[in-house]
Each structure stands twice: as structure tokens, then as C-alpha cells.
Design a protein around this ligand. Structure first.
Ligand SMILES: Cc1cc2nc3c(=O)[nH]c(=O)nc-3n(C[C@H](O)[C@H](O)[C@H](O)COP(=O)(O)O)c2cc1C
Ligand SMILES: [Fe+2]
Ligand SMILES: [Fe+2]
Length: 415
């Protein structure tokens, strides 16, 4: 049984030029990405081929049935490249979604030199017990494939693993960026940004933000550093390992990632994410009054119920919003457990800079607020005065809550 079961697999071959090709693989699965993040819209895993006098494959995909290798071999054959004769395999990043069938690759092609950073080579040895035919490249090192195809490797550590690099083809201005500039969402038979409708691009924008919030958020200062490092390059095309290839509006995806990095460092949109849990509706009644206040100020908001809504989406809304409401009752002298989990995820993902209001109902002694205060003590948050009430909110509680909603919305609006 594979660890990550791919139920549907579609593999095509696209020409970026007469020397550059992409083999995007659409993955649809009920399994979770990285074992934690839901991907109801699928995800693509993109392998690239560069043809000079010599040939190089860039990044692989996850292993699974039906065998990836057979499909890649067929795709290569369609552009006259013999898999067994490939000269190089460049691995920008060693996470198994890009290296899953590396051992099989090595068995079927013992001649290709496998290229990664030194840290990447160490991972290849420990994850795949491959010791021969490896070459560690340094930052700025080049690889001449002949026919004018000279590749340069740039280290971009910690986007999001420490061994990460990108591969640059100066002759065409193409950046093979692996996870950087990547997105969730299957491609469904298209590849380039100029092939998608406005609606589809909007869908990918949402899936790019969700990918960033789930996978990359903790490493936002490294994303900024990486983009800064690549800023001297005249990039005509961005080829990530997940999602759309950007050849028309390269700046769109660069700006998007820079904006997301700013969220990671504490900025946010003038929006409010409301995360709530309620056993019998008392907290929900209070939340509804709060929402009235927010609506009166005209500030956009999103609502997510715990544990019903998936943490992947909750994290995404919280990540991008300047304002945050955490509404939960007391449960066994402490926080409502699914909210404790959500808050722990926010901590792990370094969610910071938010203006936060915590509200909730309790029955006889309370306890949620005490645990909450301890849980968020280290967060770099602007914590507004919390508001609690007993049982069902009284009319005066509802008035206070509506007023609190207004104040929070004003802070977010003016912030
Ligand atoms: C399983 C359970 C555990 C509870 N534990 C506590 C508690 O330890 N302390 C307390 O003050 N109230 C406790 N309560 C009471 C709730 O906090 C109270 O009924 C509150 O109004 C529930 O809000 P809700 O309807 O939004 O869930 C508990 C209620 C339930 C159902
Ligand atoms: Fe990764
Ligand atoms: Fe990846």
C-alpha cells in the first residue's frame, strides 16, 4: 500500500520551447498532502526536461501505482529522449513529493548524475540509500548542457526545507523554482497562465494562498530573502513544481508570494477571520451579535467552525486577515478542545501581528480564558479585552458584543 495513494493520475507533455518541456502530473487523492492538508481540488507535480547536447530532468514526483517511471519514459520518448540515456537528474528539493521514485530512477538509469545541494545530497543518501553518481553543487555553480543551455543553481534555503535550491536557464529566462511559487489545485489539461480564464485564475489564486499558508507560512522571511536574491534575474518564465507555469504575468506570482510573505511577518488584509466552536449554541448567539457590529462597519469577514471546518482552510483565512475572533465555550475547566488544536496550529505556523478578540460562554466556573491566556501569552498579537458571559447571552451581553464587533472592525479598518 503506498503511503500517499494517488487515485487518478494524468500525465501529459508540454513544450515550453524546443529545448524545454514540462510533464505535469495531476494528482487526485482522498489522502492528505504532507499527511495533514486536504487537497479536494487535487495538486499537480511538475517534472521538467531541458535538452541541450546533453539532457537533464528537473525534479521527480511521488511514487505510486501506476508506475511513474513508465509514464515519464513514454513522455520523454514522445520528444525523442531516451530515459536510459538521460545525463542528469536535478533535484531542487528532496521532499518525497518530488523524489518518491528516486530509487527506481537510479535502477533504471544508473548513468545519470544526480545533482542537488550538499544538504540535498545528504538527504538522498539517508532517504534513498543512494551513494554513487551524486554531485553536490554550490550556490551560483553552473552546468553546461551544450547547445547554449547553461544552467545555474541558486540556493534558497528554507523555502521550506533547508536543502532547497532553484535552477535557472539564463538563455530563455526560465526559473525552475520547485515549491516556491507553487500552488494546490490540479491543472486539468492546461499549464500556462495565459491558458486559464479569469475564474480559473481566481481559483488558483485561492489555492496558491492556501498552499503558502499551509506549507510555507513559517518560512516567510526566507521567502523574502529568496525573492530578493533572484531579483537580479530577468525572469521570463516561472516553472514551479506545483501548479501553473507563469510566462505571461510573471510579476503576478512574484508579487503574490511577496504579499503572502508579508502576511507571514504580521501584515494582513483589512478582513476579520472568525473561528468559533459551540456545543449548544450559547457562544454562537454571542458571535452573531459580534458579527452584527462587524457588518455595521462594512469590514469583510470569514467564518469557520471548529472542528467542522478543515484546519487547512481555517489557517488560510487566519493567515491573511488582520483581525481575528476566537469564540469558544469553556469545556471541562478549559478551552473547547478543537479550538485548542487550532490555536496550537497558529502557534506552530507563527501566526503573528493579528488584532485578536476572544469571546465565549461558560456555565459554572469558567476556565477557557485562563487556558487561552497561557496558550497565547507568547504570541505577537494585539489582544483586545476578552468578553465572557454565563449561559445564554443576556440582552446587555449582546449589546456589549455588538459594540466589541464594531470596535474590532474599526481597528482593522484603520490599522
Ligand atoms: C461537556 C461540557 C463540559 C463543560 N465544562 C464546563 C466547565 O468546566 N466549566 C464551566 O464553567 N462550564 C462548563 N460547561 C458549560 C458550558 O461552558 C456552558 O454550557 C456554555 O454556555 C456552553 O456554550 P455553548 O453552547 O456555546 O457550547 C461544560 C459544558 C459541557 C457540555
Ligand atoms: Fe516541499
Ligand atoms: Fe512540493
Amino acid at each position: 500500500m503506498p503511503f500517499f495513494e494517488i487515485q487518478v493520475l494524468v500525465m501529459n507533455m508540454y513544450a515550453l520551447s524546443d529545448a524545454l518541456f514540462c510533464i505535469p502530473v495531476d494528482v487526485h487523492t482522498a489522502d492528505l498532502f504532507e499527511g495533514i492538508w486536504t487537497i479536494p481540488n487535487g495538486v499537480s507535480l511538475n517534472t521538467y526536461l531541458v535538452k541541450g547536447e546533453k539532457t537533464a530532468l528537473i525534479d521527480l514526483i511521488q511514487d505510486h501505482p501506476p508506475a511513474a517511471s513508465e509514464q515519464v519514459q513514454a513522455a520523454l520518448k514522445s520528444v525523442g529522449v531516451d530515459f536510459a540515456a538521460l545525463d542528469y537528474l536535478i533535484l531542487n528539493h528532496l521532499e518525497p513529493d518530488h523524489t518518491g521514485w528516486l530509487r527506481e530512477f537510479r535502477e533504471k538509469n544508473p548513468r545519470a548524475e544526480i545533482i542537488a545541494t550538499q544538504k540535498g545530497v545528504n538527504v538522498i543518501k539517508s532517504f534513498y540509500t543512494i551513494d554513487t553518481g551524486l554531485r553536490a553543487v554550490k550556490d551560483g555553480e553552473t552546468l553546461d548542457l551544450g547547445n547554449g543551455k547553461m544552467l545555474t543553481f541558486f540556493e534558497v534555503p528554507n523555502i521550506h526545507w533547508p536543502e532547497t535550491m532553484v535552477t535557472w536557464d539564463a538563455s530563455s529566462g526560465t526559473l525552475f523554482s520547485c515549491d516556491a511559487f507553487g500552488s494546490f489545485g490540479a491543472l486539468n489539461g492546461r499549464l500556462f497562465d495565459d491558458e486559464f480564464s479569469e475564474t480559473e485564475l481566481l481559483f488558483f489564486e485561492k489555492e496558491t494562498l492556501r498552499y503558502y499558508a499551509n506549507i510555507v507560512a513559517s518560512f516567510s522571511s526566507f521567502v523574502e530573502k529568496g525573492i530578493q536574491k533572484l531579483s537580479a534575474l530577468n525572469i521570463a518564465c516561472i516553472c514551479p513544481s506545483h501548479g501553473i507555469v507563469w510566462r505571461k504575468n510573471v510579476k503576478t506570482i512574484l508579487d503574490r508570494y511577496l504579499r503572502y510573505a508579508s502576511y507571514g511577518k504580521g501584515q494582513g488584509e483589512k478582513e476579520i477571520a472568525l473561528v468559533w466552536g459551540s456545543m449548544y449554541g450559547n457562544t454562537k448567539k454571542g458571535l452573531d451579535a459580534l458579527i452584527k457590529g462587524i457588518e455595521a462597519e462594512g469590514v469583510p469577514y470569514s467564518t469557520h467552525r471548529v472542528p467542522d471546518d478543515d484546519i487547512s482552510y481555517i489557517l488560510t483565512s487566519v493567515f491573511k486577515s488582520a483581525g481575528l475572533v476566537l469564540a469558544m465555550p469553556t469545556y471541562e475547566y478549559a478551552m473547547f478542545p478543537p479550538m485548542a488544536y487550532a490555536i496550537d496550529i497558529f502557534r506552530r505556523k507563527h501566526i503573528q501581528g493579528k488584532t485578536v478578540l476572544r469571546i465565549g460562554s461558560w456555565g459554572w466556573s469558567g476556565g477557557a480564558q485562563k487556558e487561552y491566556d497561557a496558550a497565547v501569552a507568547q504570541f505577537k498579537w494585539n489582544n483586545l479585552e476578552p468578553f465572557e458571559w454565563t449561559g445564554v447571552p443576556a440582552p446587555q451581553d449582546l449589546a456589549v458584543l455588538e459594540d466589541r464587533g464594531r470596535s474590532l472592525a474599526r481597528i482593522v479598518k484603520e490599522g
